[in-house]
Write a new protein. Structure first.
Length: 297
């Protein structure tokens, strides 16, 4: 249990670093998103080949069929997230994109028929209360940020749907048989969209290739991949609550890399989110223990 939670926490931290490379890059959003996905697919290809040999009954066409809709959703999420992150602050963009706990119960209910337990509802309320504090005290929307905020909101809804599908397909023999085709298809969707919208860009400088490689390695391979893996272990709302910590990491990174100074409300909201995450973790652990360890007679 501890190892699994550590893996989930590592995935959340790695996913939270994406705002640095995303805002630093000057390439069109579609090429940034497509590049990171193709890099991630190439890095994970040896693991895919290994698991394909272990599970020859699970054919590539099955992977492509299952990963089709998630790939489209992931492509939309990365494109909209890249655009939105560039139009608003690091902390705000990551906060909005990770308001998944507010949307996840509805996706869980309609797609998985998975209701929340009492402890998860309490953890969700505490976490969302932290969001309310930030919105009321610190979140002043200017005319130049409105579009970015709306795009990040759309990105959040798409990501919630995408993560729910990861839990829906948790019975696949190997997570990598699902993710590698998914990343490949999503990357191609992004690149084709970029070609249609802006054409072929001029040769980017070496630093842009470095940003794309880091995006593919850290927040995609170690971020989104581990979050998908966690969806196989934990209830969807638990993963959504813990993922809120990306907001904290993005705020800190935004301060060091872009001189974005968080207000007092940032720390207060972060504290409530941490309490909500801990409460949800306790609730999940307790429920898991009581359902698997019946009382002695």
């Amino acid at each position: 249990m501890i190892l699994r939670f550590f893996i989930l926490s590592l995935g959340v931290f790695c996913a939270g670093t994406s705002v640095v490379m995303t805002k630093a890059s000057q390439l069109p959003a579609e090429y940034v998103a497509g590049g990171r996905l193709i890099i991630a697919a190439l890095l994970l290809l040896p693991i895919y080949i290994r698991d394909q040999k272990r599970h020859p009954e699970f054919k590539l066409r099955q992977s492509l069929r299952i990963s089709g809709l998630p790939a489209l959703l992931l492509a939309l999420h990365f494109i909209t997230w890249t655009i939105g992150a560039r139009w608003t602050t690091s902390a705000n963009s990551t906060l909005i994109a990770n308001l998944i706990p507010a949307a996840m119960p509805f996706f869980s209910l309609f797609l998985l028929k998975e209701a929340l337990n009492k402890g998860e509802w309490i953890g969700t309320f505490i976490t969302c209360f932290g969001v309310v504090i930030l919105a009321y005290v610190d979140y002043h929307v200017s005319s130049t940020m409105i579009a970015g905020d709306l795009v990040c909101l759309i990105s959040m809804l798409v990501l919630s749907w995408y993560l729910i599908l990861a839990r829906k397909y948790r019975n696949i023999p190997s997570i990598w048989l699902y993710l590698v085709p998914l990343y490949t298809v999503a990357g191609l969707i992004c690149l084709i969209t970029g070609f249609v919208r802006v054409g072929i860009p001029s040769a980017p400088p070496p630093i842009e290739w470095f940003y794309i490689f880091l995006l593919g390695l850290v927040p995609t391979v170690f971020g989104h991949s581990l979050l998908n893996l966690a969806m196989h272990w934990y209830r969807s709302q638990f993963v959504a609550i813990v993922s809120q910590m990306q907001f904290v990491y993005a705020g800190v990174l935004g301060y060091f890399y872009f001189a974005e100074i968080p207000q007092i409300s940032f720390y207060l909201a972060s504290a409530f989110m941490m309490v909500g995450a801990v409460w949800t973790l306790y609730s999940h652990t307790y429920t898991h223990k009581t359902t698997r360890d019946p009382k002695p007679h």
